[in-house]
Ligand binder design. Sequence first.
Ligand code: C5P
Length: 228
Amino acid sequence: MKSKKKVIVALDSNNINKIIRLVKILKQDVFAFKIGYQFFYNFGLEGYKKIYSVCPKIFLDLKLHDIPNTVEKGLEGIFKMKPLFTTIHISGGDHMMQVSKFKKNNTKILGVSILTSLDSDQTKKYYNQKNVKKLVKNFTLAAKKNKLDGVVCSPKEIEYIRKEVGKNFIIVTPGIRINSKIKSDDQKRVQSPKKAIELGADYLVIGRPITKSKYPLKVLKEINKTLI
Ligand code: C5P
């Protein structure tokens, strides 16, 4: 599954026609497109199929988190949609992660570790652990033990996680910025595309630096050039 193309473009928008146009423009130069809550809860399966028919390389990021049976049934539905990647929360527990691998399919399942929006006070409150890195490491090792295919983590953790999991475990990272920050940006811990790959990421999720650009294909091609 390792590909030379490493960028996954996040399709976070309420304008489906704009998204379809963007997918047509970028599809030759991406690894995949990420469909998350905003797209899926606005446009549903119908919208998904529209994107899929233009470009079937999709990371369906729905971050499932429920009892094992419910997650298993949810995943069965997701597998029918044939995304390349999908996500579940590692904190759903061992059994939940194990059921996710019961059915044979080609969709890779990535574990979401600790949301990057939680600071150490919040992780202390909700996970009784102030050391976020340690938590992410433990969660990632649990994901590997339970046979998930990889994790989503912040650029800050890539190097640390890669050391622990070896080279075949997939690491996907958001929080990528090219150089100067875009206006009213909410990403705090950012990394350049080149550096994130050097640190050990396999794929980069990039949204606004590409989608909000006047010349999205140009920006994407420039990023790709830095990754060769
Ligand atoms: O626009 P931007 O490049 O910040 O988009 C990043 C994408 O990655 C968004 O779809 C966002 O939901 C997702 N994401 C993130 N931070 C995480 C996990 C996912 O930004 N910790």
